[in-house]
Design a protein around this ligand. Structure first.
Ligand SMILES: O=C(O)c1cc(C(=O)O)c2c(n1)C(=O)C(=O)c1cc(C(=O)O)[nH]c1-2
Length: 245
């Protein structure tokens, strides 16, 4: 049989989505899969968490928090220009502070103290749940191994984070008044930081993703990151209503 009639040439590459369509697809991932929809967050916002569950969430979320500047250092090392590295370095400073006693990690430790957890408990990390360790490792290693487009796209969960922070602040003030309001400084600061960070990251992703394939990879990276946050909460939720071990 002649093979002449059988086309072996690959299908032509798909056209990229327009910037507006691409952005809408990225935002749709957050609307459909972000952890604001997770049953644990819904119980938190409804005031249904026991003090033990809230403390367990704080201890385990701190493990995520303290690895954010680590993954940002991995991303910074991949960025090709001074301008981009300077932009990303600021994120590390937001978390680690310019000096001891400042920054987001310090504010998270104060949240722990306001909830009755001493900082050594958070720093020792010995009650961090195995599934949380795996989820956080998954995110750090993703940023270590994937190209800048995907690592930066994964941070776009922050498009949805500021609204969640506002909901969380309201819920804490209303339902968990035993946590001192000063302890909520972390969330208050993140509202504006998250808006700025997500705007910057979105600009980069829209600029860097030139082909349809790039765009698909960016959307997949954001879905992966939603899965990281979702499985972190699955693990915390599955650990029961008592005090952390
Ligand atoms: O409390 C939250 O629900 C939440 C979610 C996220 C997120 O969407 O990844 C971040 C944060 N907080 C946060 O505080 C933060 O600094 C942060 C950095 C990043 C990132 O991927 O670069 N996400 C988040």
């Amino acid at each position: 049989m002649s093979t002449a009639a059988v086309s072996t040439s690959p299908a032509p590459p798909e056209e990229p989505w327009s910037p507006a369509e691409f952005e809408a697809r990225l935002r749709a991932v957050g609307e459909q899969r972000y952890h604001h929809l997770h049953p644990f967050n819904i119980r938190m916002h409804d005031g249904d968490l026991s003090p033990g569950e809230l403390r367990r969430w704080i201890v385990n979320r701190f493990h995520y928090q303290r690895h954010i500047p680590v993954k940002d250092a991995l991303i910074t090392a991949k960025l090709p220009t001074s301008e981009l590295r300077r932009m990303w370095l600021r994120r590390i400073q937001d978390h680690d502070g310019a000096q001891t006693g400042e920054g987001g990690i310090e504010r998270w430790l104060r949240l722990g103290e306001a909830a009755g957890l001493d900082r050594e408990t958070l720093l020792r990390a010995d009650s961090v749940l195995p599934g949380v360790r795996l989820a956080v490792d998954g995110y750090v290693n993703f940023c270590r191994l994937r190209p800048p487009l995907e690592a930066v796209a994964a941070s776009l969960t922050e498009l949805s984070a500021p609204d969640l922070m506002r909901t969380r602040i309201d819920a804490f003030e209303r339902h968990y008044p035993w946590i001192d309001a000063d302890g909520l400084a972390y969330f208050r600061t993140r509202v504006s930081q998250g808006r700025r960070d997500s705007r910057e990251a979105l600009d980069l992703v829209l600029r860097w993703a030139r082909t349809h394939d790039d765009q698909e990879r960016a959307v997949a990276a954001l879905r992966f990151k939603c899965d990281v946050l979702w499985s972190l909460l699955d693990t915390v939720d599955g650990a029961g209503r008592g005090e952390p071990a």
